[in-house]
Design a protein around this ligand. Structure first.
Ligand code: FA5
Ligand code: MG
Length: 416
């Protein structure tokens, strides 16, 4: 039986996450399957491929940045709670109230004010307010998204911040006399924020890009092909994405930029500017080890995990596929409700709640509106495949009909 976060728990109005109770309301859309994933901390699990990649990134920043005594400059936080406030995830980062990333169709809300973090940047302001200038913050993030080989509702990010004062930025300049971080009557342009000087922005941009290309070279080898693409984030300006050419295609691995000075000001920092980036660990690990399917990271299959049982995180590995079991595809068509909203992500979550990880992919293969009745019909193809054994048609049919029944019941669709 399909059950929502509500009726899993004793009292109908709260839900327990990592040992703490939260009141639910009409915003609640976190599902039992997602709740099960909380607290797994794969990025710090010994021998897990994500923890090897994590360690290599941490080592790179430890090695690159040392203080005068030779100690690493960056602090690492990998134990921040994934349940955060709307303020942390959005407001503190200047994300506008009507920004699409806040939508219920994209995030897992615990209630109106609380959600599972959608990016590690949610912790940025708090750590800066504590007085930190250089840090990495690493953890699991949650997004409602498509279902295929590179998308999973839980993945892991490494975020970083580096704040510098005047001396630190112009340290490498021969004659830094007269160079300043800030300027009084500046204008915002494509290249910089109004309050920043162009010189300081360009130096930070150069250091940030040099460090991140350096990281790509450490992970993928000296000859890796990289390119920078201009991007927009509400919390940085200017902003970029780094793409790496791997297996014959350009793959976006991270977003970054010069931090909005208003964020620093809100944290009580007035004499520094900063850069920040956020990267996806699964994306890097999939390329690095040639792991073909993102679901493998959360699998407990020893055939998978045993391939990463080594202590030195720099050990080169190419993943050898555990035997591949056959796929089984079934279609489901329905008319969308006429009097209520419908988002494909609602259907993806419902299907995932019932089928779990045996659902490999769901694609919308037909979207059609009847010319006379104006009713819209969607047809979804659900591909089932177990990572560890062959599924029987009977098993698949049972799950498929369960999905169909529950879609009719909970999403108000009319199955055709
Ligand atoms: C962010 O999440 C920003 N917070 C990054 C950032 C931080 C920018 C600080 C500027 C300053 P984005 O949504 O693009 O941005 O995600 C960042 C990275 O996470 C992506 O480049 C990708 O590597 C990874 N990622 C994003 N979505 C997924 C997904 N569904 N599955 C796997 N990896 C993903
Ligand atoms: Mg992106």
């Amino acid at each position: 039986e399909f059950c929502t976060a509500r009726n899993l728990n004793k009292t109908p109005n709260d839900v327990e996450l990592l040992g703490e109770k939260y009141v639910t309301d009409e915003w609640t859309n976190v599902t039992p399957k997602i709740i099960e994933k909380l607290g797994r901390t794969l990025h710090t699990t010994k021998y897990h491929p994500l923890s090897h990649v994590r360690q290599r990134i941490v080592n790179y920043f430890y090695g690159n940045y040392r203080n005068k005594c030779g100690n690493p400059l960056f602090s690492v936080f990998d134990n921040q709670k994934p349940v955060v406030s709307v303020h942390q995830n959005f407001d503190s980062l200047l994300i506008p109230g009507d920004h699409p990333s806040r939508s219920k169709t994209d995030c897992y809300y615990v209630n109106r004010d609380t959600l599972l973090r959608a990016h590690m940047t949610a912790h940025q302001s708090e750590l800066i307010s504590m007085g930190l200038n250089n840090f990495l913050v690493i953890g699991d993030v949650y997004r409602r998204d498509e279902i295929d080989a590179t998308h999973y509702p839980v993945f892991h990010q490494v975020d970083a911040v580096r704040l510098c004062n005047n001396d630190e930025i112009f340290d490498s300049v021969n004659d830094p006399e007269g160079l300043e971080l800030f300027e009084n009557r500046g204008k915002e342009s494509k290249e910089k924020q109004a309050v920043h000087s162009l010189e300081a922005t360009k130096i930070m941009e150069h250091q940030l890009k040099r460090d991140l290309v350096g990281l790509a070279q450490v992970l993928f080898g000296k000859d890796v092909k990289c390119r920078w693409v201009d991007q927009y984030f509400p919390f940085t300006h200017p902003s970029w994405e780094l793409e790496v050419f791997y297996n014959n295609q350009w793959l976006e691995v991270l977003g970054c930029g010069i931090m909005r000075q208003e964020i620093l000001k809100n944290c009580g920092v007035n004499d520094r500017m900063g850069w920040a980036f956020g990267l996806g660990l699964e994306r890097l690990a999939m390329c690095l080890y040639k792991i073909p399917d993102i679901r493998l990271f959360s699998s407990s299959d020893s055939g998978f995990l045993n391939q990463f049982k080594f202590d030195d995180p720099n050990t080169p590995v190419t993943y050898k596929p555990i035997s591949v079991y056959p796929q089984c595809a079934n279609d489901l068509s329905f008319w969308l409700p006429e009097n209520s909203e419908f988002s494909p992500n609602d259907f993806y979550d419902l299907a995932r709640d019932i089928g779990g990880d045996i659902i490999e992919q769901i694609s919308l293969i037909d979207n059609f509106t009847h010319p006379k009745t104006n009713k819209t019909s969607h047809c979804y193809r659900i591909v089932y495949r177990h990572m560890e054994r062959t599924l029987t048609q009977k098993e698949v049919t049972e799950i498929h009909s369960e999905i169909s029944r529950n879609a009719a019941k909970l999403l108000n669709v009319t199955v055709r």
